[in-house]
Design a protein around this ligand. Sequence first.
Ligand code: COA
Length: 164
Amino acid sequence: MLQERDVDALQDLVESDPGYTERVTGYPPGPSDALSLLLIRPEGVEEDAKVVFGACEDEHLVAVLDVLRGYPDAARAFVGLLLVRGDRQGRGIGRWVVEELLAGMPREWPEVQRLRLAVVDTNAAVAGFWARLGFEATGEERPYRYDHLESVTRLFERPVARER
Ligand SMILES: CC(C)(COP(=O)(O)OP(=O)(O)OC[C@H]1O[C@@H](n2cnc3c(N)ncnc32)[C@H](O)[C@@H]1OP(=O)(O)O)[C@@H](O)C(=O)NCCC(=O)NCCS
């Protein structure tokens, strides 16, 4: 679990794939992106409902996943960001991180039945990754705006437990 003391390692991770930040904000990574990732949460979400997980390889942070418990309702959790270090993408780390989260949920957060996330249209190439992990588009979409960048986010979900 990452905390404020991990902010430099997290900032380095965010900067390892500047293309992601550019696609979803229109700008390269900024100096306080990691701190924002650690601290910012939607209105009404308690501090302890946001968890930022880090995955390490040889003591180096190679992935981050932040998740909100009970958002938008008690039976769901919401992945805010999954980011794998730029030069480590495509090696199974993203799949591993999501599968670890799903495997631990029935024990840690037993009330959570579904995992949800949003993909911004400017980053739509990633939708194939989520599909490989069993996520399906819910059909919901929301307007997305970051300064001058205007787009749409599409919601995806999958059950925590695999359907039998
Ligand atoms: C998206 C991301 C997290 C994927 O992590 P990764 O470690 O590169 O992905 P993996 O190697 O674990 O891939 C898992 C599976 O998804 C597939 N996959 C990965 N990216 C894909 C894509 N863009 N389209 C289709 N399939 C994809 C892989 O082929 C692999 O398939 P398999 O396990 O069934 O053989 C990573 O590329 C990343 O950090 N991207 C930038 C940040 C980002 O866009 N995050 C998502 C925000 S919604």
